[in-house]
Design a protein around this ligand. Structure first.
Ligand SMILES: O=C[C@H](O)COP(=O)(O)O
Length: 247
């Protein structure tokens, strides 16, 4: 099956109204490479302004699992959609660590995002210690089992494999390790989602740069990238979009 590649930028806790100027060149690259889906996920405060700027797909980095309620400081999926978000990252390893999010919470958040009519990008990935102990595949399988809503459709569900030790470090797994993990994720999705699994895009994330994007995007079952640091400027992000378009 042919899956459209998705290149999503996660700005994390970076950015400002002034930095939204970067989106113009990113949007131009998205228009020039229509075979690739492109998105930027800025902080909550910038979503509405980013979405109002033009036709680039804008996402969020987290969502609460409830539609509304007494949850000070939180933002719900319907609120994100109203602000202009079309997709939401859930279960990023930084939230699993910093906010101690469990698989069950990530599952509930993914369901809320899908129920609000958006795409959920569910993140999974092992720590360095887990990989060194030979437990990477087992850890990722457990995260998938606990975090992925089995009632989702392929069009509203994306998985991002992000080895924690590769995030922001400049280190990446070998192409062979990426291929093995993405194949194992595809198999697990098949067990959970039956035929729907073939359409689910599996992104690779963790130190994706212009210099390594082409080889990563060419790996079997790599359907795009979730990019952190290199998504902050058009100069770095556009070549990654172009590499995905060529893959
Ligand atoms: O969500 C993005 C990832 O955490 C990757 O971040 P990075 O590209 O800065 O390593």
């Amino acid at each position: 099956m042919t899956r459209r590649k998705l290149v999503a930028g996660n700005w994390k806790m970076h950015g400002s109204l002034a930095q939204l100027a970067e989106l113009d060149a990113i949007a131009a690259a998205a228009r020039a490479n229509p075979q690739v889906d492109v998105a930027i996920c800025p902080p909550f405060t910038l979503i509405a302004a980013a979405a109002a700027r033009g036709d680039l797909t804008i996402g969020a980095q987290d969502s609460h699992q409830n539609e509304k309620g007494a949850h000070t400081g939180c933002v719900s999926a319907p609120m994100l959609r109203e602000a202009g978000a079309k997709l939401v990252i859930v279960g990023h390893s930084e939230r699993r660590t910093d906010q101690r999010e469990s698989d069950a919470e990530v599952y509930a958040k993914a369901r809320a995002v899908i129920a609000a009519g958006m795409i959920a990008i569910v993140c999974v990935g092992e720590t360095e210690g887990e990989r060194d102990a030979g437990r990477a595949a087992e850890v990722v399988e457990r995260q998938l089992q606990g975090s992925i809503p089995a009632d989702g459709t392929a069009t509203q569900l994306v998985v991002a494999y992000e080895p924690v030790w590769a995030i922001g470090t400049g280190r990446t797994p070998t192409v062979g390790d990426v291929a093995a993990m993405h194949a194992s994720i595809r198999t697990k999705l098949g067990d959970m989602l039956d035929a729907e699994a073939e359409g689910v895009r599996i992104l690779y994330g963790g130190s994706v740069k212009p210099s390594n994007a082409a080889e990563l995007m060419a790996v079997n079952n790599v359907d795009g990238a979730l990019v952190g640091g290199a998504s902050l400027t058009a100069a770095d992000f556009v070549p990654i979009i172009e590499a995905a378009a060529r893959a």
